[in-house]
Design a protein around this ligand. Structure first.
Ligand code: ARG
Length: 461
C-alpha cells in the first residue's frame, strides 16, 4: 500500500518524484501531538453524533492514547510512504485499532481543516513560550538599569552626541518595545483562539458534528464563522510571523548598540567571557558573536515573514496546496528565537559597563547646548533667539578648542547679556539630567519611577 489517503479513482500510486515533492513529514511531524489531541476531540463529536458507539469510542481513544505514547517516546515515526503528519498518524491508528475502527475517524474532517487548526494550536503554545523568553531579556535589561543607578551616558541622534541621558533610561528604552512585542502576541492570541476544525475540506460537515465542542476541547474560544475562511486563511500565521520578526528586529537594535559599545573606540561595555568568542588566529580578540548573530538572525526572520506573505498573496479560495509552505517559515522563526533569546538574555545580564568613561563622554560634543537654550527660554528669551545664542556659544568654543563650561562670565556676557553666570546651573551633566523632569524624561526621579513601572510590567505580563 502506498500509504496515500485516497485510491478509489486512481489506477496506481504517485510517481516517486511527486512523493518526494509532496512529503512534509520532515517538518510537520512536530504537530503530531496536536493532531492526536484533535483526533480525540473529533472522535468524541463522532460519538455524540451517533457515528461511533460507546465501545467504538473507547477503542478509538485507547488506540489514540497508545499512539500518542509511541509518538512521545519515538517508537512511532513517519515512514517514507507517509505524505504528511496526518497520513502517518492514520497509518499508526489503523495499526493499533484495526482497519474497520481506525478507518472511521476520518469521517467529517479533512486535512484542510485539520492543518489549519493544528498550526494555530502549535503557534499559540509557542507564542506563550517565546513571550516568556522575551520577558527574560526584558528582565535582564531592567536589572542592568537598576544596577546603573544614576550613571550618565552620551545620548545620541544620528549617532552623534545629542544630550546626556541616564544609562538606565537608555536601557529601559529597549525594554518597552520588547514588552509591546509580548503584548502583541497576547492580542494575537485572541484572534488565533478560533478553531477551523469542522470546516471539512471547505464547505463544512454534513454529519451533524459539533465544531463548538471540538473548539472547546482544544482550548479555543469558538469555531470559525466561515468554513471557507477557516481552511483558506493564514493571516493568523502571518501575524505571528510579524511579531516574531519584530522581536528579531528589536533584539537586533539592541545588539547593534552592544557591538558599538564594545569597540575600543567607545569602550562603554565589556562582554563576559561566557558570552563572547575568540579568534582562531588573533590571540587578543574578544568578539560580540551573540549580538552579531542576533543582528544576522533578524534578517533571516524578516525573510521568513516576507516569504510567507508572498506565498499567500495570489491564492484563490479555498485550500490550495501552496499553503503547505506556511509552516517552515514560522517553524524556522520559532527555532531561531528559541536559541537566540536565552543567549541574548545571558549576554545582557553579564554586561559590565564602564560608567566612568560614559560619564566623561556624556557632556562632550557640546551636548549641553540645548540646556543653555532652554535655560534662556526659562528666563523669558524667545526660543529662536535662545537657539542662536547657544549656537554662538558653541562657535566660540569650537574656535578656541574649549567646552561650554570653560566660557568665562565675560565670554558669556559678550555673546549675550541674557547669559548671566546663573546659566552654569545647567552646564553640568547632573543639572542637565535633573532639568528633564517631565513624565518620560531622563531626570533621575522620573527614571526611578519608570524603572518601577517596567519591573511591574515584566512581572505582570
Ligand atoms: N500537508 C498539507 C498542508 O500542510 C495538509 C493538507 C493537505 N490537503 C490536501 N488536500 N492535499 O497544508
Amino acid at each position: 500500500p502506498s500509504g496515500a489517503l485516497w485510491g478509489g479513482r486512481f489506477a496506481g500510486g504517485p510517481a516517486d518524484a511527486l512523493a518526494e515533492l509532496s512529503r512534509s513529514t520532515h517538518f510537520d511531524w512536530r504537530l503530531a501531538r496536536h493532531d492526536l489531541a484533535g483526533s480525540r476531540a473529533h472522535a468524541r463529536v463522532l460519538h455524540s453524533a451517533g457515528l461511533l458507539d460507546d465501545d467504538q469510542l473507547a477503542g478509538m481513544l485507547a488506540a489514540l492514547d497508545a499512539l500518542d505514547a509511541d509518538v512521545a517516546s519515538g517508537a512511532f515515526v513517519p515512514g517514507p510512504a507517509d505524505e504528511d503528519v496526518h497520513s502517518a498518524l492514520e497509518r499508526g491508528l489503523i495499526e493499533r485499532a484495526g482497519a474497520d475502527l481506525g478507518g472511521r475517524l476520518r469521517a467529517g474532517r479533512s486535512r484542510n481543516d485539520q492543518i489549519a487548526t493544528l498550526i494555530r494550536m502549535y503557534l499559540r503554545d509557542q507564542a506563550r513560550h517565546l513571550a516568556g523568553r522575551v520577558l527574560d531579556v526584558a528582565d535582564a535589561l531592567v536589572a542592568q538599569a537598576d544596577a546603573a543607578g544614576t550613571a550618565a551616558m552620551p545620548g545620541r541622534t544620528h549617532l552623534q552626541h545629542a544630550q546626556p541621558v541616564l544609562l538606565a533610561h537608555h536601557l529601559l528604552a529597549h525594554v518597552w518595545p520588547l514588552l509591546r512585542d509580548v503584548r502583541r502576541w497576547r492580542d494575537w492570541d485572541r484572534r488565533a483562539a478560533v478553531s477551523p476544525y469542522g470546516s471539512g475540506a471547505l464547505a463544512g460537515s454534513s454529519l451533524g458534528l459539533d465544531p463548538a465542542a471540538v473548539a472547546a476541547e482544544l482550548g479555543f474560544d469558538a469555531p470559525v464563522e466561515n468554513s471557507i475562511d477557516g481552511t483558506a486563511a493564514r493571516d493568523v500565521v502571518a501575524e505571528f510571523a510579524f511579531v516574531a520578526a519584530m522581536v528579531g528586529v528589536d533584539l537586533s537594535r539592541l545588539a547593534e548598540e552592544v557591538i558599538l559599545w564594545a569597540t575600543k573606540e567607545l569602550g562603554f561595555v565589556r562582554l563576559d567571557d561566557a558570552y563572547s568568542t575568540g579568534s582562531s588566529i588573533m590571540p587578543q580578540k574578544k568578539n560580540p558573536d551573540v549580538a552579531e548573530l542576533a543582528r544576522g538572525k533578524a534578517g533571516r526572520m524578516i525573510g521568513d515573514l516576507t516569504g510567507l506573505l508572498a506565498t499567500l498573496k495570489g491564492l484563490p479560495l479555498a485550500y490550495n496546496r501552496d499553503l503547505q509552505e506556511d509552516k517552515e517559515p514560522v517553524f524556522d522563526q520559532v527555532d531561531t528565537l528559541d536559541v537566540l533569546l536565552p543567549a541574548v538574555a545571558g549576554m545582557v545580564a553579564t554586561l559590565r559597563f564602564d560608567t566612568e568613561r560614559m560619564a566623561d563622554l556624556a557632556p562632550q560634543g557640546f551636548a549641553l547646548a540645548t540646556d543653555v537654550a532652554e535655560w534662556l527660554v526659562r528666563q523669558g528669551v524667545p526660543f529662536r533667539v535662545a537657539h542662536e545664542v547657544a549656537g554662538a556659544c558653541v562657535t566660540v568654543c569650537e574656535q578656541r578648542g574649549i567646552e561650554l563650561w570653560d566660557l568665562s562670565d565675560a565670554d558669556l556676557a559678550a555673546i549675550s547679556p541674557a547669559l548671566t553666570p546663573q546659566v552654569r546651573e545647567v552646564l553640568s551633566v547632573g543639572g542637565s539630567l535633573a532639568s528633564r523632569s517631565a513624565v518620560g524624561g531622563t531626570a533621575p526621579d522620573r527614571v526611578a519611577e519608570q524603572l518601577r513601572a517596567a519591573r511591574t510590567e515584566v512581572d505582570r505580563l
